[in-house]
Write a protein that binds this ligand. Structure first.
Ligand SMILES: [Zn+2]
Ligand SMILES: [Zn+2]
Length: 123
């Protein structure tokens, strides 16, 4: 007789264990989602892609010559608005925008990891 009472009680235990597991799993999933969201938020808020110095140093440097067959788009640096000195090195980004090497280095390494003219990102 006792066994007939045991079976439903064990079934009840199984069901409650299942529910507990489901709740635990759900709680785990929710906390994981919150954790991922928190990490993403931190990354998003801190997101300021900066360019590695080695990347900046890898960019092409060309001596500036006024009216040099259209090699240069402008004759002034878009960052400091100073004109390039004849014969001084000008850094040319792969997007073809050019700047003083010191200006673009400061801009990319410390502020934005992107070309200030076209926002092309360099990492
Ligand atoms: Zn400059
Ligand atoms: Zn550009």
């Amino acid at each position: 007789m006792s066994s007939s009472f045991k079976i439903p009680s064990r079934q009840g235990e199984d069901a409650s264990t299942y529910v507990a597991l489901a709740v635990l799993g759900l709680a785990l999933l929710v906390s994981l989602a919150i954790y991922i969201f928190y990490i993403w938020l931190r990354v998003f808020l801190r997101r300021k892609p900066k360019t590695a110095i080695s990347t900046i140093q890898g960019f092409r440097r060309v001596p500036f010559h006024r009216g040099d067959g259209g090699e240069f788009i402008t004759d002034e640096c878009t960052i400091c608005l100073d004109e390039y000195e004849e014969g001084a090195d000008v850094l040319v980004l792969p997007c073809k925008h050019e700047f003083h090497p010191a200006c673009i280095e400061r801009w990319m390494a410390k502020r934005h990891g992107a070309c200030p003219v076209c926002m092309c990102i360099y990492k």
